[in-house]
Design a protein around this ligand. Structure first.
Ligand code: ACO
Length: 400
């Protein structure tokens, strides 16, 4: 590999790389991906082992600090997060200013941005104590904001966090509990959600993480950087694909169109239609996360007592696509978003909450990558070059 900035400076060349397909903007010690082999590791640990044995907060610690926590470290981390779940009452009122039809991702990013107004005096990114505190605040409060975005969209009252519960159980209660009625956490649902969140925790320099790093490179605080990352995640080519997949499956089913015919329309690029949840910039093999999600989809739906014909439809789509030359030649496989939506739906989340769940999953990675970028001795403000292709100099009318 070549340090392109040194090379281009020395030779006077500028590299043009649309979509940064072949340009590294940083070194990183957090996540390793081998896209050809379908390998994903956090800090060296295979994703399969973490998804099987770990918890969301344990993996968050691993991403942030580089090693697995000791039991005492994990307990203290968990305890600290539980103590920071409350939102300022004024921030709760912020939600009333938004229409109930607002997309929960817009609500999430706006509320995270607004969060920074409450901690302005403690948000200096150069102060390690504040960075630590705001890491905890973000991990504690994002699920609460997310659940309020959900409650707002269905017109139900907000619940206060129940800090006797663990991270995932508390989140489930905030979403599905109803004021003044007891709520029993379903352990199947809890473990399934925990696994899905772990699978999303980091994915090296994807669009939202790169956004977080770029915003962070300007000296902006964690709240502003993460809010920008949430907006980048919202798009249907990135995290928004999980919502787009369910919409696509529902549309196929409702229209009565055959799966084969739909695939033909994708191949002919009719109206730009894509097979959402397929393809990836880095994976040219089965996305290892998608493999794990697919394996657990049947099990989770069975244990939750749900039969969803959309899961059968998704499997049929995958089977047809994987046998088709169009997808084979382009090495297009299901990505993490292809099967997650069916599970979220079975849990009772509305489609518009799917990308919000992705954001909660990805938060530890964003925070870890933000720290790595800010602490990198080589770090400087991110500022891509351009090749100007516009008009040459000309005179304003009447001035020549
Ligand atoms: N359906 C149909 N064709 C596709 C798809 C798809 N899902 N994905 C890629 N292709 C085709 C492209 O049209 C292109 O074909 P061409 O060579 O005939 O022009 C070829 O495969 C290469 O695709 P690119 O768009 O160049 O690949 P890129 O790396 O830029 O894009 C992306 C990756 C955005 C993920 C793309 O595969 C896509 O749009 N997928 C659907 C959306 C999606 O699922 N996004 C989630 C990604 S995972 C995540 O962010 C969590």
């Amino acid at each position: 590999s070549v340090d392109i900035s040194t090379f281009t400076r020395q030779t006077g060349h500028t590299a043009l790389d649309y979509g940064f397909v072949n340009t590294a903007a940083t070194t990183s010690a957090i996540t390793y991906i081998d896209g050809d082999k379908g390998i994903l590791r956090y800090r060296g640990y295979p994703i399969e082992q973490l998804a099987q044995n770990s918890t969301y907060l344990e993996v968050a610690w691993l991403l942030l600090y580089g090693e697995l926590p000791t039991p005492d470290e994990l307990a203290a981390f968990d305890d600290r997060i539980r103590r920071h779940t409350l939102l300022h009452e004024d921030l709760k009122r912020f939600f009333s200013a938004l229409p109930h039809t607002a997309h929960p991702m817009s609500v999430l990013s706006s509320a995270v941005s607004a969060l920074s107004t409450y901690y302005e005096r403690e948000s200096d990114p150069a102060n390690p104590e504040f960075v630590e505190l705001n890491t905890i605040r973000m991990l504690a409060k994002l699920p609460v904001i997310a659940a309020y975005a959900h409650k707002k969209s269905i017109g139900q009252a907000f619940l206060y966090p129940d800090n006797s519960l663990g991270f995932v159980d508390n989140f489930l209660k905030l979403n599905f509990g109803v004021l003044s009625e007891p709520y029993e956490v379903n352990p199947v649902m809890s473990r399934a959600l925990e696994r899905l969140l772990i699978l999303h925790e980091d994915h090296e320099q994807n669009a939202s993480t790169s956004t977080v790093r770029l915003v962070g490179s300007t000296g902006a605080n964690q709240f502003s950087s993460i809010s920008a990352g949430i907006n980048a995640l919202y798009g249907p080519l990135h995290g928004g694909a999980n919502e787009a997949v369910l919409d696509m499956l529902a549309r196929i089913r409702e229209s009565g169109e055959s799966v084969q015919r739909f695939v033909e329309r994708v191949k002919n690029k009719e109206d730009g239609v894509k097979l959402m949840g397929f393809g990836h910039r880095v994976y040219k093999n089965y996305d290892p996360r998608a493999k794990l999600v697919k394996e657990s989809a049947d099990e989770v739906l069975r244990e939750l007592g749900v039969h969803d014909p959309l899961l059968d439809l998704a499997k049929e789509l995958e089977e047809i696509a994987l046998e088709d030359d169009y997808f084979k030649e382009r090495r297009l496989y299901p990505n993490v978003d292809f099967y997650t939506g069916v599970i979220y739906k079975a849990m009772g989340f509305p489609t518009r909450m799917f990308t919000v769940l992705f954001a909660i999953g990805r938060l530890p990675g964003w925070l870890a990558q933000w720290r790595e970028a800010v602490n990198d001795p080589h770090s400087k403000i991110g500022r891509p070059q351009q090749l100007y292709v516009g008009s040459p100099e000309r005179n304003y009318p009447g001035t020549a």
